[in-house]
Design a protein around this ligand. Structure first.
Ligand code: PLP
Length: 358
């Protein structure tokens, strides 16, 4: 069978050149006589792979010197707990802008006083409410936001101003998709399986002054200080996921980096939103200024017709386009690895489906 265009929200499509390279190197990596999966994580060869991946990430994400990059496990969901365990002393403010944002907030409530800074929950998360510095709690240790809401298809158009209070961001679904001024954030974390590489790796970028404050009962694998001291190898890291992520970073760098892919991402998203806005059949409920460039949800308004769309799209080599159960309808996830040809093909299919079913 041929490869198809995979619009899955995560684990998501990986760049074809990365998969091909990994295929070539799979049985025997370099002069080692073994695969990357079989190497000791302490071996010289693996440490080279690890350092290359870290270095490439620092370059493509433009990480300033005073930030540590940790390659951890436990997913973004693990960091929902790790963030309060490392930072929450007095209270923390959370922006409730989606299912994961809400989940992060509920998890943090286990560890201390958590405030809902703002919420669009009542409006089914169809927009990102504004955050102003004067809204932030006086004693907040940090403000937590989710920069792209994967399920509802919303995105912060600008980094909110939280004054002197560190901003902590879950960037799982839009990291590396657009230029990011890392210095505006105290902590950035992301599960890898959307825009970084395979599942299993969690990237945490943390400003050095925010390291070293973990609660005494913080599990050591979640203690950013202990992990930074151990170069993210307090225990066995997700070796193969890190290797593939490294290839993805180098692939992105080869394309011209985040600046270049951002242009493509804007173009891909615009193609879909223009089609939806000019269509009589499809509808996207997100406030236009909050629309995600990574996850584009749309509905026909008729659940049976939605199901038919998903089924026929799959027959046409456009898979995993069913929307999340909280939203229904369809969702096209168009991360960095989705080529523009995939979006063009989807647009062609959408027009044809509309003409046949309107
Ligand atoms: C997918 C996702 C998560 C969950 O990530 P895991 O790595 O599965 O824990 C959290 N936040 C956002 C924004 C996501 O898109």
């Amino acid at each position: 069978m041929e490869r198809v265009f995979n619009f899955a929200a995560g684990p998501a499509a990986l760049p074809l050149p990365v998969l091909e390279r990994a295929q070539q190197e799979m049985l025997v990596y370099g002069e080692t006589g073994v695969s990357v999966m079989e190497m000791s994580h302490r071996s010289k060869m693996y440490l080279e792979i690890f350092d290359r991946a870290q270095g490439a990430f620092r370059r493509v994400f433009n990480v300033p010197e005073n930030y540590k990059v940790l390659f951890l496990q436990g997913g973004a969901t693990g960091q929902f707990a790790a963030v309060p365990l490392n930072l929450l002393k007095t209270e923390a403010d959370y922006a409730d802008t989606g299912n994961f944002a809400h989940g992060a907030m509920v998890e943090a409530q286990k560890y201390g006083k958590v405030n809902t800074l703002t919420s669009s929950r009542e409006d089914n998360y169809t927009y990102i409410p504004e955050i102003k510095p004067e809204m932030v709690s006086k004693d907040a240790d940090y403000v937590h936001i989710t920069t792209n809401n994967t399920i509802f298809g919303t995105r912060y158009a600008a980094v909110p101003d939280t004054g002197d209070v560190p901003l902590v961001a879950d960037m799982s679904s839009n990291i590396l998709s657009e230029k990011t001024d890392v210095s505006r954030f105290g902590v950035i974390y992301a599960g890898a399986q959307k825009n970084i590489g395979p599942a299993g790796l969690t990237v945490v970028v943390v400003r050095e002054d925010l390291i070293g404050h973990a609660a005494p009962d913080c599990p050591k694998v979640f203690d950013w200080q202990k992990q930074a001291d151990a170069d993210s190898m307090l225990n066995t890291p997700p070796c193969y996921s890190i290797y593939i992520a490294g290839l993805c970073f180098e692939w992105l760098e080869g394309l011209g980096g985040v600046e270049a892919i951002e242009k493509v991402n804007i173009e891909k998203a615009a193609m879909l939103y223009d089609l939806i806005d000019n269509s009589k059949l499809y509808k996207n409920s997100v406030r236009p200024d909050c629309r995600s460039r990574m996850n584009v949800p749309f509905v026909t308004g008729d659940a049976d017709l939605d199901a038919k769309f998903v089924k026929e799209a799959a027959k046409n080599g456009l898979i995993n386009i069913k929307g999340h159960r909280l939203v229904g309808g369809m969702r096209a996830s168009i991360y960095n690895a989705m080529p523009i040809e995939g979006v063009q093909k989807l647009c062609g299919f959408m027009k044809k489906f509309e003409s046949e079913n309107a």
